[in-house]
Structure formats: C-alpha cells, structure tokens
Design a binder for this molecule. Sequence first.
Ligand code: GCO
Length: 264
Amino acid sequence: MSTELFNLKGKVALVTGSTHGLGMAMAKGLGLAGAKLVVNGNSSQTKIDDAVKFYESLGIEAYGFKFNVTEEDQVIKAINDIQVAVGPIDILVNNAGIIKRTPLEDMDVEDFKEVINVDLVSPFIVSKHVVKAMIEKKEGKIINICSMMSELGRNTVGAYAAAKGGLKMLTQNMATEWAKHNIQVNGIGPGYFATSQTAPIREEGHPFNDFILNRTPSAKWGDPDDLCGAAIFLSSKASDFVNGHILYVDGGILATIGKPSNEN
Ligand code: GCO
C-alpha cells in the first residue's frame, strides 16, 4: 500500500515557473513519481524547450507551455490547450514568483504592485481556471509555494512578505471552498535554498549568508531536491485528508528563536 500512496502515474501536473530553480526541482520530483509534466515559463521558448529536454532525459513525459501567469486571457488559453494536448490538470503547483529587495520607504508603488501581482494574484488566476475541471472530476491537488515570509518579516522584502503572507491565507481559503469537491489545497514553505534567486545573498562572506547558516538549525542552505518529498506528498493520495496546511521545509528555522552567532 505504501508505495501506491505516493504514486502519481497517470496524473497531469502543471508547475508554473518550472524551467529552473525550486520549480524545476519539484517538477522533477513529481515526474519521477510518475506524473506527466506540464512545464511553464514566460521568459523564452528556448528555456522551456531546454527544460522539457532535461525532464525527458530523466525518462519523464513532459510538455512545454509558454504563458504569463499574470495575464488571465493567456492562462485561459493555455489551460484549454493543455487539456487538449495532455489532458485535464490533476495537480497544480503555483510556484512562479518574483522578489524585489528594497526598503519599503524606498520602494516604487509599481514595483510593490508587480510583486503582489505575480506572487499573489497569479496563483488566484491560475487556480480559478484550473479548479473548474477539478470540480467536474471531483478530485484535484493544488499546492501554493509560500515562504518563510508567509510567517516572518525581513528587511527589504516587504512586498514579497505581504504577497506570501496573503498566499498562505489564500491557500487556507481555497481549501475551505474547494474541499467539498475532494480537492486538497495546501502550501509548501521553503526555507532558504541555494537557487539563482538567493545567489546574491549567498555569496561567501556575505553577512546574510553567515546569518542564515547561523539561523538555520540544520546549519546549511537547502538543496532544491529537498523539496521533492513534500511536493510528492501533497500531490498524492497520501495527503487526501490534508487541507489548508502549509508544510514548511526549512531546516528548522521556524522551530527556533535562533542562537547567538558565537554559539554552535
Ligand atoms: C530573501 C530570500 C527569501 C527566500 C525564501 C524564504 O531575500 O529573504 O530570497 O525570500 O527566497 O522565500 O522562504
């Protein structure tokens, strides 16, 4: 029974922003668990094609779709095209996101709105249109990629924290409204991972790098593959009675107040 619980064979999984970083790692995990992958990006068709080739090199069935998750008309068309080419979406991972690191007092309103639009409004847009087929099928899995900033503030990431805090509550409300259709909506809250998004603050000797290594009980930056298990769990039968839960994969950050920098 145990292996079947986590088997995603025959499921169609759309992971937004899955041409690199955490999205690629989670998508890889879902694909290796048997899901057919729908790869999404909005930067370039080449990046999408290269990502599809990467997944296929692992024996994963993958299809690329370029669309902007903030544009509702593009989302509607993409979901229809996916349904025709691959099938109805069984698993949606709302991963696409941006961050802008600026002190709030210096932040342009347009920049603040852009972060909210990509990180909070687009999961609503994509989920609103994907959920229709899930309601018809009377089953589905939606995973919203939250953050440490869904629970904690940090200097210079106020817009991102507002978006990710909102995404936590949107996850709980989606769960509230759609559970009756046998749709489970949950979140994954990554801690600090080694990706292109964190590269600027991870450089050797960067004060933030030292801070995170001290603030994280596991005393290391996460490897994106550390997220695969959580993604597979929340996409599989194993989580059929889990709803509105944010699963933090953070090496223990949220478990602790931290320790003095000179203490091991
Ligand atoms: C930052 C980081 C974080 C992490 C992640 C933490 O500037 O603090 O980029 O935002 O990427 O979101 O959960």
